[in-house]
Design a protein around this ligand. Sequence first.
Ligand code: BES
Ligand code: MN
Ligand code: MN
Length: 453
Amino acid sequence: MNYYQQHREQFLEGLKTFLRIPSISTSPEHTGDVRRAAEFVAGELRAAGLDNVELLERPGRNPLVYADWLKAAGKPTLLFYGHYDVQPPDPLDEWTSPPFEPEVRNGNIYARGSSDDKGQTYILIKAVEGYLATHGKLPVNVRFLIEGEEEVGGEHIEEYVSQRPARLKSDCAIVCDTEMFAPDLPTICVGLRGIVYGEIHVQSSDHDLHSGVYGGAAPNAIQAAAEIICALKDRQGRIHIPGFTDSVQLPSEEEKTAWARLPFNEEEYRVKEVGSTELTGEPGYSVFDRTWARPTFEVHGIRGGFTGDGAKTVIPARAVIKVSTRLVPNQKPAEVIEQLKAAVKAATPKGCTAEFRTVHGAEASLTDPKNPFVQAAARSLAQSFGSETVYIRSGGSIPVVGLFDRYLGIPSVLMGFGLPDDNLHAPNEKFHLPNFYRGIEAVAGYLEALGNT
Ligand code: BES
Ligand code: MN
Ligand code: MN
């Protein structure tokens, strides 16, 4: 038995400790937990035998955790990225076991962050730990940069990567924060969508009004909010934001052909993953097109008016709509922000004002599947999982990938070990434990392979 097989129990216990920390980056009341998670990661990196482990601090921001091991002269340098922050766990009553009390059931570990991204970040740490414990040294140079703001746009890491590129000098980034296309199908993700997230602030009068006394004469902020949303995306799923799709770069024929070979059953996807009676979206595009290669407009929530139990007859004066657009290669977040502002203005009904305010933005990213680091990763994954590696894109966003490309000039190998039914950002998030253990050995095998080239 090798180190990895001998230490499965310790790996699982360590992961559980990590998962018990409610490091919810969007909630100010969890600032202390976010810091504890950063310290946990730093402690693990130190114990694994890495050098220069430190928390990079910035007032008002969540710490970045840095570490390196740079003693493999003449060998490539890998930049390992992950995030220790998680999404909020609500709705709480839909969890079978509490989100921050990890529980193993049927070979899966259930907890918020199990797959996204604590479990996958832990894979990187344990792969390096095992290699150092076994060989006393690494076959390549590595740096770790683990952030605590990925789920809220990653401002701190953007600042750091753009201002200190020399400190991160590497040949390639390794990111375990995506999904496999199917269980047992090792997968490399070569495309992520970008995002512009924001709020639309709507106002219809300077105070709330009695809906009987003024109904019929006064504008209504929630009605206006609904009209704005419907103007930006119609019933057919077409987006109406002038200029929005002008620069969209189409996937190559080669890529489309590869997608067509992926095992995919649209009906099964609808029932098992989406859980709706119909799929929707832009007419004339496949599900892969719609979720990987086309931009979107989605509403996340509307705040305003009376939402309590019972009845209150009021005309709400204000509403806030949380929305985002997912971007594809060639779309520029700054341009999209301007397009959204203009589209919101144009869609605002008479008597109301509405303003788009940006929360965060990130560019889409593409990785060349022919890149040698990607090819080597595909071989290592195939070896560990016992079948050919597939290349896919994903509709999600990992903002730092675009920044690594822009400021460090390096590609990112997105070797994810999540599964499509892991319930990311949803109740009962899980991580498939066989993928956890295989992932650790696959990453270790990858290091070994890169050391031999
Ligand atoms: N790990 C996800 C992104 C992801 C999920 C990529 C599944 C591929 C497959 C990441 O943590 C995430 O959720 N990102 C946010 C980014 C945003 C808040 C800037 C997202 O996509 O909503
Ligand atoms: Mn993630
Ligand atoms: Mn996420």
